[in-house]
Each structure stands twice: as structure tokens, then as C-alpha cells.
Write a protein that binds this ligand. Structure first.
Ligand SMILES: [Zn+2]
Length: 86
């Protein structure tokens, strides 16, 4: 039963990769855990999540947020009652 927690994780060395912490080359391994990809330095223990296709999504979100704001402002202006009550 505990085998589920000890699944062997495939680790692949990234050729030419330099560790941002210890600057060692060819010490970075790439492995997948669940749906996320990680890189880890076997020399100093540096670990980082690799986000694939993360940047384009963030850009899309920002664009959508801006568009939503513009739509909201336009809707508010239209819904504002005219100030002609006396
Ligand atoms: Zn390192």
C-alpha cells in the first residue's frame, strides 16, 4: 500500500543547465511530480518548479481583466441615471 507514495520518479539531467544557486553545470535534474515539472540541483539541493506555458496564460488573463474593466465602466456609465431630478 505504501508503494503508492514511493513511486520512482524519473529524473533526467538537463545537459548544459547551470544551477542558479551554486553555478555548477550539468547538476540540474528534471523530474515530473504530478502535473508539475521540477528542476533540482544534485550538488546544492536547489529546487524549483518549472512552469511550462505559464507566461502566455498570464498574459491572456491580464488582457481579459483589462477588457472586463472597460466593459464594466461602459456599463456603469450607461446605467447611471440622469441627474435631472428636481
Ligand atoms: Zn546547485
Amino acid at each position: 500500500m505504501s508503494d503508492e507514495f514511493e513511486k520512482p520518479v524519473k529524473r533526467r539531467f538537463i545537459a548544459g543547465a547551470v544551477c542558479p544557486r551554486c553555478s555548477e553545470m550539468d547538476k540540474i535534474v528534471n523530474y515530473k511530480l504530478g502535473d508539475k515539472n521540477y528542476r533540482e540541483c544534485v550538488a546544492c539541493g536547489f529546487k524549483d518548479e518549472i512552469r511550462l506555458q505559464a507566461s502566455p496564460r498570464e498574459l491572456d488573463t491580464r488582457v481579459n481583466q483589462t477588457a472586463d474593466r472597460e466593459v464594466e465602466e461602459t456599463a456603469v456609465k450607461i446605467l447611471l441615471p440622469p441627474n435631472d431630478k428636481k
